[in-house]
Design a binder for this molecule. Structure first.
Ligand code: HEM
Length: 317
């Protein structure tokens, strides 16, 4: 292919952010340092604290005089149950318009997740990290099942929403972001004849919707492998073709490294976006499945907790 010197010189860096004029008075104030620290490390710090409370509680279970039926142990049972009841304000706030007075849904979601961890920890201390009668064991295990399922849900939720508190991402929107265009290569595509064909072939292979649950569960991992091998294969071919072009044209030879860098950046970004779209389809499916499983776990908790309270107070078992 003949090299066009002007095209070679005018390469634009791939995926350069286009400067958008910001309307006056529309800029958001930058987040405070605390806000940034909270956003970045809040979840990890909270999880570490929760884990610490569980480990310390478990290791000290024999040296503590904590009894579920009296004193602090009993109080912790009540506190934990109340916290778990309070976290239900999130699904209620989400569904019932009248509860708008309680404030934004996203705040209640945050509260839901915090209480979903703190409440069960209070109950673990109430039980002193031991299994008791059948009814208390059933209530404890159901609670752990719901809380554990909540953690899985949180992971999946973040994968299908714009951030943890953003709106749900949609496939159409994501697909629009992966439309193949030679313009995104900064013009470098014209010196690598096979580039768009190879990338389109990768897209075709990867953008197949998952066929079942197992397929959805393994897809993110398989995508990681496919993206890495796909990237290596395409980039190796790009290098070959650029070398062929460089042998024919002194201009390409002069700009060979820059063209290679541009093309690599384009391939990397495009594959990353396509992988995100493909993984989204899998996570979306898993998340809707998770909803179907989480709710019965929750009903089980309600039933076992009611049975537990009645059994303990009426029959003392
Ligand atoms: C005993 C503890 C918990 C109970 C009783 C509980 C209960 C619930 C209920 C009833 C729902 C609504 C389900 C629906 O709308 O279909 C829900 C949703 C959810 N919970 Fe929990 N949960 C608990 C703990 C947790 C924890 C620890 C987390 C994560 C840290 C969590 C994360 C979530 C998420 C991500 C959703 C879905 C939100 C949505 O789709 O809007 N939950 N939970």
């Amino acid at each position: 292919m003949a090299a066009n010197p002007a095209a070679v010189r005018n390469q634009a860096p791939a995926n350069r952010a286009r400067a958008r004029p910001v309307p006056p008075g529309k800029t958001k104030p930058p987040p405070t340092l605390w806000r940034r620290l909270y956003d970045r490390y809040g979840t990890a710090a909270g999880m570490m604290l929760a884990l610490l409370a569980i480990v310390v509680g478990y290791l000290g279970r024999d040296s503590r005089r904590l009894f579920a039926e009296q004193g602090l142990g009993y109080a912790l049972g009540i506190v934990g149950s109340l916290l778990i009841l309070t976290l239900l304000l999130y699904p209620l706030r989400k569904r019932i318009k009248l509860l708008k007075v309680l404030g934004p849904v996203k705040n209640w979601f945050r509260v839901h997740m915090m209480l979903g961890v703190i409440g069960p920890i209070a109950i673990l201390y109430h039980s002193n990290f031991a299994l008791g009668s059948i009814n208390s064991t059933a209530a404890l295990l159901s609670m752990l099942l719901v809380a554990g399922s909540g953690l899985v849900g949180r992971f999946l939720y973040a994968k299908v929403h714009k951030g943890l508190y953003g709106r749900k991402t949609n496939l159409k929107e994501l697909l629009a972001g992966v439309k193949l265009s030679t313009a995104e290569t900064g013009g470098a595509a014209q010196f690598v004849p096979d580039l768009m064909k190879m990338v389109a072939e990768y897209d075709r292979q990867v953008l197949k919707p998952p066929t079942g649950i197992l397929d959805s569960m393994t897809l993110p991992l398989r995508l990681m492998v496919k993206t890495r091998t796909g990237y290596r294969r395409i980039v190796a071919r790009v290098a070959e073709q650029l070398d062929e072009q460089a042998a024919l044209s002194p201009v390409v030879r002069q700009h060979r490294d820059r063209l290679f860098a541009l093309t690599k950046a384009f391939v990397k970004e495009h594959l990353k976006r396509v992988r995100r779209v493909a993984a989204f389809a899998a996570y979306d499916r898993l998340f809707s499945l998770w909803h179907k499983v989480h709710l019965p776990f929750f009903y089980l908790l309600i039933v076992t907790a009611i049975v537990h309270v009645i059994a303990v107070h009426v029959y003392s078992i």
